[in-house]
Design a protein around this ligand. Structure first.
Ligand code: PMP
Length: 454
């Protein structure tokens, strides 16, 4: 018996060695292909070629009796690595300047004594409700500062469940919407599986996916199409390995809200292909026209992400939540248990207090500011879609590229976000945030106008 085991292990080592040899040969080929593509100025990623390889692998897996999902995950790992090799040294491989990178730079400039107008970061300037402060003090007084159930205290989950029309088992309280996104991706997908994002997009979907070894595919939307995704194009991106679609309406950075027909089209596609539908609705309160949550489409594989950050100006409290079927919540809870044990108990009480507040005054402030920004951008003659919601305007620059405009503005004391931080194809765009009072917005936009006129 012991000899049998030794012999099997020896054969296993030999096969592993062959696999490693072959993988290395593949990487060398990828490097050469990368050189040719670079010379011909071709994109590193070619979806059509990838799809052909994928179909061939599916056929081979069937022929040799290999599990199809496993084969596709292996293939995606190889594709991701060869893309990385091909991208080396390319301009597009340089680290992206996201809105957060600009925020850091602006902070450094401020530390050296420069005055800055912050139009780059999505953090409301108004105060969190007074009742939130009172509940924090009360939590301290009554010693409510312990570990809690990983998915959150029952009172808060109950209140969220009631407001969302779901059961208490269908809610998880998370440290911000961001961690809900991470838990959904890390808890529901396996490395090598695929997630589709709709760009321009908040970069976290891609970042979380890449961190979890999940491959991303991108559906691009355009200003010309009013940032509405094309359902046929979306369909063509779905392959056997695709397991999740991430959407975000009202959208950061465009402010778009989809009409019900387009949303139904997206939900139907997800349903037909059994995809998880991750719907980031952290701006749902900032909707200046009809917005229906994905929950109203009653799709069992949807996960709705929400947050206290934007609605109640509670960014630094780090508290949000997700609503999904109980089985999905269990998988997300597992990630949270591994990573953080639970959200801080006093913060959960503060969130509960916030839930009984009416955020409509905040929403009106934001709508008024966005209208103001829009009117100024029109005066500058810039093209953009007027936001239906959220806290941003995403105009196209007349000629110059985003990074040079953003850097000139930084020098002049105004921070805005480069459009390319929200997707590779958007270096002609910038994002302006309505999170400062109107007089500051006016000053910032005046300076922007002088920079782009040059
Ligand atoms: N989703 C979107 C679309 C966002 O823009 C943000 C914040 N910028 C978040 C989620 C995360 O918010 P938080 O983690 O503060 O809840």
């Amino acid at each position: 018996m012991a000899n049998d085991l030794d012999s099997l292990r020896q054969q296993m080592r030999a096969v592993t060695s062959e696999i490693m040899q072959k993988v290395q040969e593949r990487m060398e080929l990828a490097r050469q292909i990368g050189e040719v593509k670079s010379r011909l100025d071709l994109d590193v990623r070619d979806e059509k070629v990838e799809q052909e390889v994928r179909l061939a692998v599916i056929r081979q897996a069937a022929a040799i009796g290999m599990d199809r999902d496993f084969a596709l995950r292996l293939l995606n790992t190889l594709l991701t690595e060869s893309e990385a090799v091909q991208a080396q040294g390319r301009k597009s491989a340089a680290p992206k300047q996201t809105h957060l990178a600009i925020f850091q730079k602006a902070k450094q400039l401020e530390a050296s004594g420069k005055k800055m107008i912050h139009l780059e970061v999505g953090e409301p300037d108004y105060s969190a409700p007074e009742s939130v402060g009172r509940s924090l003090a009360e939590a301290f007084r009554s010693r409510q500062y312990h570990y809690t159930e990983t998915r959150g205290i029952p009172q808060l989950r109950n209140a969220i469940a009631k407001a969302s029309g779901v059961g208490e088992d269908e809610v998880i309280v998370t440290p911000g919407g961001r961690f809900a996104v991470f838990s959904a991706i890390a808890g529901l997908l396996k490395p090598g599986q695929e997630l589709i994002t709709v760009e321009p997009a908040w970069p976290a979907y891609r970042e979380c996916a890449e961190f979890a070894g999940v491959k991303t595919k991108v559906l691009r939307t355009t200003l010309e199409d009013g940032w509405t995704p094309d359902i046929d194009e979306l369909k063509s991106l779905i392959s056997e390995g695709t397991k999740m679609l991430a959407i975000n309406y009202p959208n950061n950075p465009t402010g778009k809200i989809l009409d019900r027909k387009t949303m139904s089209g997206i939900v139907s596609l997800a349903r037909d292909h059994g995809l998880y539908l991750l719907s980031d609705e952290v701006y749902s309160d900032y909707a200046f026209r009809q917005f229906d949550s994905v929950l109203t489409h009653d799709y069992e594989k949807s996960i709705v992400v929400s947050s206290f950050s934007k609605t109640y100006a509670m960014t630094g409290f780090r508290v949000g939540y997700a609503v999904a079927e109980a089985e999905i919540i269990k998988k997300m809870t597992r990630v949270q248990a591994v990573g953080i044990t639970s959200v801080a108990e006093p913060i959960q009480h503060a969130a509960l207090a916030a839930l009984s507040e009416d955020p409509s005054a905040n929403v009106r402030i934001m709508e008024k500011r966005l209208k103001f920004i829009s009117s100024k951008l029109k005066e500058m003659g810039l093209r953009f879609v007027e936001p239906d919601g959220a806290m941003y305007v995403y105009p196209e620059l007349p000629a110059s590229d985003d990074i040079s405009v953003v850097e000139s503005l930084l020098e002049k004391g105004v921070a805005i976000a480069p459009g390319s931080g929200f997707g590779d194809s958007y270096s002609k765009f910038v994002r302006i945030t309505a999170c400062r009072p109107e007089d500051e917005l006016a000053q910032g936009l005046e300076i922007m106008s002088s920079v782009i006129r040059k």
